[in-house]
Design a protein around this ligand. Structure first.
Ligand code: GLU
Length: 311
């Protein structure tokens, strides 16, 4: 059997919701059915957004759902030297440059850029502008950010849900941030390095991250690191059709847990919305292994109009 290593990658910046739960369950069902390895990775690089105690809370939520993992939790905050090393390689290759453009725009790069956060294409203002970091530092009056010289190539990958995806990141988004002015390694850099260095073969995540994939592929190619396979899942939306992000009690795992909702009801509900027709009213996460199939996963977003437990 081919090695199959996947990761559950929560960011401890908010409550885990049903959308996260669906991604983690699908990941876990695929890994367990393949006899694979599950790595729990905590994406905690953006210190200003990480909330106190959330790593523990999210781990409790995952266990409550019935999930487990074989490696981790691996905290990205313990791997800063690895991101620095990759950054130095890019810099030595002439593929990173200092940037003094607006702080707000650059700050936004630290978190995973879910669809609606996708900003305008960076026009390349600082590419080739400064002979060295000191010159950029002087112009800005402080540490510059660093951007990646994004190649003007089309990147393609075979998504296990969406089929062939082609994108030209240099034309949509442009040179993206590797390190913010606050010295935070960007989501793109950290994820590319972690996936490759921890031997991840399968990335299963929400399809609002599709635009990140060609960027991560560009980094992997530049760093001569192997690329995983990708499966981007249609999003779980709230009743009004918006991505689940804001606080809404009946979609948050911690709230359901505190209210005494049976986790097997939650798993069954998510399984039914993931193409497991015979999930019944209650399903243990482990009982979904072998019943879930990516081929039957609905290709359109899941809309949470009525939740069985919010009567
Ligand atoms: N930590 C990211 C999130 O919670 C996931 C990133 C990924 O799967 O690449 O949105």
């Amino acid at each position: 059997m081919l090695p199959f290593r996947t990761r559950l990658a929560p960011s401890p910046t908010g409550f885990l919701h049903l959308g996260n739960a669906r991604t983690f369950l699908v990941n876990w069902w695929m890994a367990r059915a393949a006899g694979g390895t599950v790595v729990l990775r905590i994406e905690d690089l953006d210190r200003s957004r990480v909330k106190e105690g959330f790593v523990e809370r999210q781990i409790e939520d995952l266990r409550w759902l019935g999930l487990d993992w074989d490696e981790g939790p691996l905290l990205q905050s313990t791997r800063l030297d690895r991101y620095a090393a990759a950054f130095e390689r890019l810099r030595a290759l002439g593929l990173a440059y200092p940037c003094v453009c607006s702080r707000r725009e650059i700050r936004a790069a630290a978190g995973a850029p879910h669809a609606e956060d996708e900003g305008p294409t960076y026009p390349g203002t600082c590419r080739g502008r400064f002979p060295d970091e000191a010159a950029a530092r002087e112009t800005r009056g402080g540490a510059p950010a660093w951007r990646f010289v994004t190649p003007d190539d089309e990147f393609r990958f075979d998504d296990r849900v969406r089929g062939e995806v082609r994108a030209r990141p240099a034309r949509s988004g442009g040179d993206f941030v590797l390190r913010t002015v606050d010295g935070i390694w960007s989501y793109q850099l950290a994820v590319a390095v972690d996936d490759a260095e921890t031997g991840i073969t399968e990335v299963v995540r929400g399809d609002d991250l599709v635009p990140s994939t060609p960027r991560q592929l560009a980094l992997l190619r530049a760093l001569e690191l192997p690329a995983p396979r990708y499966a981007h899942l249609p999003l779980v939306l709230d009743g009004a059709g918006a991505r689940l992000a804001k606080r809404r009690g009946d979609t948050e795992l911690a709230t359901l847990r505190e209210r005494g909702v049976d986790p097997e009801e939650v798993v069954a509900f998510l399984a039914r919305h993931s193409g497991v027709d015979d999930a019944g009213a209650r399903l243990a996460a482990a009982a979904g292994v072998g019943r879930f199939s990516l081929d039957r996963l609905p290709r359109s977003p899941v809309s949470l109009r009525s939740l069985p437990w919010s009567a």
